[in-house]
Design a protein around this ligand. Structure first.
Ligand SMILES: Cc1cc2nc3c(=O)[nH]c(=O)nc-3n(C[C@H](O)[C@H](O)[C@H](O)COP(=O)(O)OP(=O)(O)OC[C@H]3O[C@@H](n4cnc5c(N)ncnc54)[C@H](O)[C@@H]3O)c2cc1C
Length: 413
């Protein structure tokens, strides 16, 4: 048996490493070598929750176990008049490590354990079809790039046609950690959100500032231009924080506020989409999609990479346990089972990124006023199905608040 995996992001690598553990032969098609991954600009600022960290342990990836990489607290604030602050402690810490370091190391781990890699950026349908002919199944984990187009958008699962947020961010020195240290998210009604988690990059601890801008809103200008002007970009980010996010501004030292390195900035936008989960290729082979190649979420809820890892493990189990051909029927059935895993993430993220819902406001307000609710809400960041069950309806939010308030406080605030 041989599985071809296109793409060395978290989805492709967690799948490749897991199948390697199961003794299933894999070939990983990667567009970049580890040093190429390390030297590029950041493509994201990923926080991995405990369930992803537990999968890393199962994979024998121990590099980021140290508490130095931990983010145990989540702080959220609504800025401006009538605003409020809440903070909750995760039941087990998350970890925020520069993905260029993380992925490069995982790729080296896979090859170091004897994994087969092919350094090639695969093209679209024709090349995928040819490559599929060399394997029993081709898994496309190539993110939002060309190979994903073979699957096509699933309109029933994709409410967006354009990006609901434009993105800009960078890795900065000159921001003091939150108290207690962790992740922060500053919501500015009508403008967007600013995330500022403690982050670990090449130069050690930094803060990853990610601005999510409502298109045409007051944050939008910083998401474009300044591509070759890191200092101008830094000035714009500071101006924006000063004007719109006073709680974050309190942590910034303007004299030392600077990008960790000129390369450490990103700008762009992504349109959330669910593509079809599998495709029959010319020549009769099949391709199955996982990770961003299948489902691209807005980063607001910090779920995409965590979901990619979860799907990789689910798929690895399915591949190990299946008897018979990896044909269209196998792909259809597995993809539907994986959708049951992914759907709460998609629904929850689309709810939070869309028009503000009263039950979400009620939940956040209750969490700001009661530590037990804050801790229970923050714990659900790593339990998308539980989170979606709660936020999907006002009466469930009421029940959740009442249930949380009947518990003893655990965060020690
Ligand atoms: C600003 C930002 C912040 C985010 N924050 C979080 C967060 O806090 N938590 C979280 O869970 N998620 C977060 N996400 C989402 C997360 O980054 C993605 O969901 C996740 O990285 C997707 O992983 P993947 O492996 O599916 O795809 P990718 O990471 O896109 O990996 C795809 C791989 O395939 C390779 N490739 C592409 N084309 C080809 C080709 N033709 N041939 C061969 N290889 C190819 C690429 O080089 C790449 O290595 C964030 C995203 C952004 C943009």
């Amino acid at each position: 048996m041989s599985i071809g995996i296109v793409g060395a992001g978290i989805s492709g690598l967690h799948l490749a490493l897991r199948l390697q553990q199961f003794g299933i032969a894999t070939t990983l098609y990667t567009a970049q070598e580890p040093d190429g991954i390390r030297s590029g600009p950041p493509l994201n600022f990923v926080t991995r929750f405990d369930s992803t960290r537990r999968r890393e342990k199962a994979l024998g990836v121990t590099r980021w176990l140290s508490a130095a990489y931990d983010n145990a607290w989540m702080h959220m604030s609504v800025e401006g008049p009538g605003g409020f602050v809440l903070r909750g402690r995760l039941p087990a810490p998350a970890s925020s490590v520069d993905f260029r370091m993380y992925l490069a190391e995982l790729l080296e781990t896979y090859t170091g354990r004897g994994g087969d890699t092919v350094l090639r950026r695969l093209g679209g349908g024709t090349e995928l079809a040819r490559t599929a002919g060399d394997h029993d199944l081709l898994v496309v984990a190539a993110g939002r790039s060309a190979p994903a187009e073979v699957f096509g958008r699933d309109p029933d699962r994709s409410p967006y046609r354009t990006a609901p947020r434009l993105l800009a961010g960078g890795l900065f020195h000159g921001i003091a950690p939150a108290d207690p240290p962790g992740m922060t998210m500053h919501m500015v009604p009508g403008a967007g959100e600013i995330h500022a988690p403690a982050y670990h990059s090449f130069s050690g601890p930094v803060t990853a500032v990610l601005i999510e801008a409502v298109p045409e809103g007051p944050f939008a200008a910083v998401t474009d231009g300044h591509r070759n002007d890191p200092e101008g970009f830094t000035r714009e980010v500071l101006k924006l924080i000063t004007r719109h996010a006073p709680l974050l501004r309190e942590r910034v030292d303007a004299r030392t506020f600077a990008l960790a390195r000129p390369v450490d900035m990103l700008q762009g936008a992504l349109t959330p989409v669910v593509r079809r989960g599998w495709a029959e290729l010319d020549g009769g082979g099949h391709a199955l999609a996982i990770g961003d190649a299948w489902i691209t979420n807005d980063p607001l809820t910090a779920q995409g990479a965590n979901l990619g890892s979860k799907l990789a493990f689910q798929l690895a189990d399915e591949l190990r346990d299946h008897r018979g051909a990896y044909d269209g029927e196998f792909c259809r059935a597995v993809s539907e089972r994986m959708w049951a895993t992914a759907r709460p993430v998609v629904d929850w993220t689309n709810l939070f990124i869309g028009t503000p819902q009263p039950q979400v406001a009620a939940l956040l307000t209750a969490a700001a006023g009661d530590q037990r609710v804050a801790d229970a809400f923050v714990a659900n960041l790593d339990r998308p199905d539980a989170m979606w069950r709660v936020v999907s309806a006002p009466e469930r939010v009421e029940e959740f608040i009442a249930r949380s308030q009947s518990r003893t406080v655990r965060s020690g605030v």
